[in-house]
Design a protein. Structure first.
Length: 185
């Protein structure tokens, strides 16, 4: 007889882990100050580098963690295809929304959590945009989603450097970037 509770237990465990991770992530965003309007506007005006420092630090930690876990067989990477059309249009929409609202989805939720009323309007816009995207997904799938499809590319493939060399090199470069940004402040 097959035990049907295992997959459900695994899904429940994943949801609980996701919830815990989300709470910790939101807490760290808030404690880092990236839920504050003036910090985000300061970043957009290139006057406050808090957001860049937090994001680059997260990229370094995530890159080391994912590479390590993947190299020991604990995680499987699911590489998405590189598609220029959706990436460029999505980036322009995301950047425009960020510039107009001074919040991205993550920082908006952190701002909501700390009681910023302006974040309520942005959250409504995020919900409306998500709904519009869902409604248009079949059209997007037939059109924009196929523009500039380069398949599943990774930095090791593009640079012809094995990940075991590329990851430490990127860690050094990004750490130097953090040091330079810190000197700007």
């Amino acid at each position: 007889m097959t035990d049907l509770t295992k997959p459900q237990d695994s899904k429940s465990s994943n949801l609980q882990f996701g919830l815990l991770f989300g709470i910790v992530f939101g807490f760290l965003l808030q404690k880092g100050g990236v839920g504050k309007f003036h910090v985000l506007i300061g970043q957009l005006l290139l006057e406050d580098w808090t957001v860049v420092k937090i994001m680059v630090s997260a990229v370094i930690v995530g890159m080391i963690g994912l590479y390590t876990l993947h190299s020991v067989g604990r995680v499987e990477l699911h590489i998405k295809a590189t598609k220029l059309g959706p990436n460029i249009i999505g980036g322009l929409l995301f950047g425009s929304g960020f510039a107009l609202a001074a919040y991205c989805p993550g920082t908006n939720i952190a701002a909501l959590g700390q009681g910023n009323w302006d974040a309520v309007v942005v959250a409504m816009g995020l919900i409306a945009g998500s709904y519009l995207f869902a409604e248009m997904s079949s059209v997007i799938g037939r059109t924009i989603d196929n523009w500039g499809d380069y398949g599943k590319l990774t930095l090791p493939e593009v640079t012809h450097l094995p990940a075991r060399y590329l990851v430490p090199l990127l860690v050094v470069i990004l750490t130097a970037l953090l040091w330079a940004v810190e000197k700007l402040n």
